[in-house]
Design a protein around this ligand. Structure first.
Ligand SMILES: [Fe+2]
Ligand SMILES: [Fe+2]
Length: 286
């Protein structure tokens, strides 16, 4: 068997500080994990919304091959011409075609292996765009003509919808990785037919925040029920991602490993609770 194809995926980059973390540390993460293909989600870089050409160039210079996005890519007008001119930046494929931009791309690694990347978006608690499942099925058929090594960024709010996409594409793609909810889930696994899966890769950005937003603003939004201007938080910066090892001949995944860098410091005392009594209290039915 040939050596595995190592793919590094970095979850939603939030704010310019999140971007700075990536430009500073991506090279060392690539070296550490011997990553041959590098994909990053860049939907939240500029004040939580989209990214500019300059930001994209910084990510490519840092080692990213493809930038995926999500619902926030549309919230900045200058991202639209960028999507049209830079085919290495993807937007979810199942938004209507007339919006412009590409939803999938195929690139060749330095070792000559073709890797396909598909960006798709769920519909639960998000705009009712085209069917993500039928769209993904169509795109995967197209990409499979070129390569079995396919990574899917499933940008969605609902865990069940992401899991359904994982099982729907199981065996047809190398990985279905959830993004958008910004909190890394601990359910990474290889599905029965060889597709790596995680419900959410997690956020790259400030963890002293509510999914990237300043906590005082988030609390106001929830308590007052009215809009308050988005401001990205700044404290406790981390990179969240996964590293995949894929059989480059079959496209099936050998392993998926979560990354949080730097790791969380769990400094408070462990939570302890009284165990329930071994002898349950009898309930008097009378
Ligand atoms: Fe996001
Ligand atoms: Fe999103």
């Amino acid at each position: 068997m040939s050596e595995p194809l190592n793919i590094l995926f970095i979850g939603d980059i939030v704010g310019l500080n999140g971007l700075a973390m990536v430009t500073k540390f991506l090279k060392s993460l690539i070296e550490k994990h011997e990553a041959e293909a590098v994909i990053v989600n860049g939907e939240n870089i500029y004040d939580g919304k989209a990214l500019t050409k300059k930001h994209a160039e910084e990510l490519f210079a840092a080692g990213a091959h493809i930038i995926t996005t999500g619902n926030h890519i549309w919230e900045r007008w200058d991202a639209r011409p960028l999507l049209r001119e830079e085919r290495r930046i993807l937007r979810p494929l199942n938004y209507p075609r007339e919006n412009g931009g590409s939803g999938y791309a195929i690139f060749k690694t330095a070792k000559g292996t073709k890797v396909g990347v598909l960006n798709i978006q769920g519909r639960v608690f998000l705009p009712p765009i085209d069917d993500p499942f039928k769209t993904a099925e169509w795109a995967v058929q197209n990409i499979l003509e070129e390569t079995p090594n396919i990574l899917v960024d499933m940008h969605a709010e609902a865990s069940a919808e992401k899991q359904a996409m994982g099982f729907f594409l199981d065996g047809k793609v190398s990985a279905v990785l959830g993004t958008h909810t910004h909190v890394q889930t601990a359910d990474e696994r290889i599905l029965p037919n060889g597709t790596a899966f995680i419900t959410d890769v997690g956020m790259t950005g400030p963890y002293d925040s509510c999914v990237g937003l300043r906590t005082d603003i988030a609390i106001k939004r929830f308590m007052l029920g009215t809009p308050h201007k988005y401001e990205t938080a700044t404290g406790d910066l981390k990179i969240a991602g996964v590293i995949l090892k894929v059989d480059r001949e079959t496209g099936h995944a050998h392993s998926i490993e979560r990354i949080i860098f730097p790791e969380f410091e769990r400094t408070s005392a462990p939570v302890t609770a009284e165990l329930p009594s071994a002898e349950p209290a009898l309930i008097n039915a009378e």
